[in-house]
Design a protein. Structure first.
Length: 135
């Protein structure tokens, strides 16, 4: 099963873990978060992430999801990517994360593609205008 690591600005990672536990009605295995604080040393973050990846990887690989490309958590991910073993996606959303968790018994490549598809289909404009009659 593909492991999932969230590497985000604090307190987003723990909030996403709580949201996933709410949706799936309990904790999810091989799923962790590292919340990066404003003054945290990037080297320390990188070491914490490497240790988490080692814990999460059962041989199926690990998907690391970060919040915003170019931010400190995302920059710490740059050296973690290892094609086929550790993949990194920036721009976390709940639809992305739920889709990744749903498909995580598949290959790492499929989990990445499903997560990206979840992000794209999950971002929609909500139109609440009432339409009367045709057109």
């Amino acid at each position: 099963m593909v492991g999932i690591l969230l590497l985000t600005h604090a307190p987003l990672g723990q909030a996403f873990i709580a949201a996933v536990a709410h949706v799936f009605r309990g904790p999810t295995e091989r799923f962790e978060a590292i919340d990066v604080t404003a003054d945290q040393d990037p080297h320390e973050v990188n070491e914490l992430a490497r240790a988490a990846i080692a814990r999460l990887d059962d041989g199926s690989g690990v998907l690391v999801i970060t919040d915003i490309k170019g931010g400190t958590p995302s920059n710490c991910c740059n050296s973690l990517a290892d094609s086929g073993r550790v993949e990194v996606i920036a721009g976390i959303s709940l639809p992305m994360l739920l889709r990744a968790i749903t498909y995580r018994r598949d290959t790492l490549d499929v989990v990445v593609e499903m997560a990206l598809a979840g992000a794209q289909s999950g971002a929609v404009r909500v139109d609440n205008r009432i339409r009367v009659g045709p057109g």
